[in-house]
Design a protein around this ligand. Sequence first.
Ligand code: GCO
Length: 257
Amino acid sequence: MSGKNPLFDLTGRIALVTGSSQGLGLAIARGLAQAGAAVVLNGRDEKKLAATADALRAEGVKVYPAAFDVTDGAAGAAAVARAEAEFGVIDILVNNAGIQRRAPLAEMTEEQWRSVIDTNLTSAFLVSRAVAPRMIARGRGKIINICSVMSEVSRPTIANYAAAKGGLKMLTRAMAVEWAKHGLQTNGIAPGYFVTELNQPLVENVDFNKWICGRTPAGRWGQPHELAGAAVFLASTASDFVNGQVLYVDGGLLASL
Ligand code: GCO
């Protein structure tokens, strides 16, 4: 028996992961690469993206850095066209890009609201609109939207983020409903609380850290690499009849009152 289970083998596949110069996006990109995929990395900062691409190449990963702003539809479409011409047609799209702009709702500025909605929700529409037509023409493709436990619940100061992630859960279902007949599978992964750059202020807050470890049945924060398995599953043949679903990787948080 060969080492790789063909159900989860991504050899020969190309994956675009938005927001993959660090954090969960980088962990997902690395996990897909370890399953055999070549990876198109994305971020807005070209230097940071180049450094991440070099680090992955040093691990033997075939990488193509594509620096573009995921909230700019025209720039994203051009970048996708360039990546597909120079690197190869995208088989797997992971809409991961996301930011946080925490503020009490009554004090939240329009910029704090719009920037989170644009980056965390609208970007998935824009990048998927750039990638899906060729997946549809080919009769196959995998789209994975990185939702959140905040697709189901919220907490004070993140109304913009929760609204965006709730919308991303429904966009996932809408994509599945329209594109399944073309051979595409669109699903979501919803992380609980993971140790990332975006959450570092929370990890370092003694009271918040204690609350999360008590609120999460696993009694701890997730580590980015712990998201890779769900991504490989939803990117592979193993999930060819899974559509419109959101897989919660949250240490049991949403199962618990
Ligand atoms: C927060 C956190 C969360 C997590 C994650 C949970 O401020 O509560 O940033 O939003 O990042 O989204 O899934």
